[in-house]
Design a protein around this ligand. Sequence first.
Ligand code: G3D
Ligand code: MG
Length: 175
Amino acid sequence: MELSFKVIIVGPGAVGKTSLLNRFVHNEFNLKYKLTIGVDFLTKNLEYKPSKFAKLQIWDIGGQERFKFLHRSFYDGAFGALLVFDLSRQHTFSRMKIWLSEMRSIVLNDIPKVIIGNKSDLIPEIGQIIDRNEVEKYAKNEGCLYIETSAKTGDNVEKAFLELTNHIVKKEEKK
Ligand code: G3D
Ligand code: MG
């Protein structure tokens, strides 16, 4: 049986959603398409356990409000979600929380979610802007994993997708 899952990547603009997707799927950081127009998806076959593969169809959306009318079909059929904010910009954390509560109002079944603090490569330079304990507390409270990534260096990017996939697989196996 081939496993195949739709997963979605959401969050405010410019937090690095498209860059994370490019890093994960193509292992590169130079953006060929800068602005996400509406909805786009990429697929990748992920070896989530030795010799076990899952095909991920990853949907990327712009953070822009003007795409709001797309949300319902965007969320439709998703098995899991990555919620991204930017570790270098405080307000993106609050905006990401709004995305999560909106998702809860649209996707009524509880799908696995991973919260991503992206751009961790900037922390040595700019210091810690967002209280990590607060993010961890929030994630725990929402039943989500929290992972800090860098699409630029690639740090933890595969791990974030792996954790999400393992979560989804475990949940499906229980059915
Ligand atoms: P979005 O899809 O969430 O809107 P993008 O975000 O992937 O388009 O990225 C927005 C900007 O953040 C881009 O910069 C991109 O290069 C940068 N970026 C994405 N991920 C990282 C990261 O992990 N580290 C750093 N340092 N920058 C990142 P520009 O300048 O091209 O707008
Ligand atoms: Mg984008």
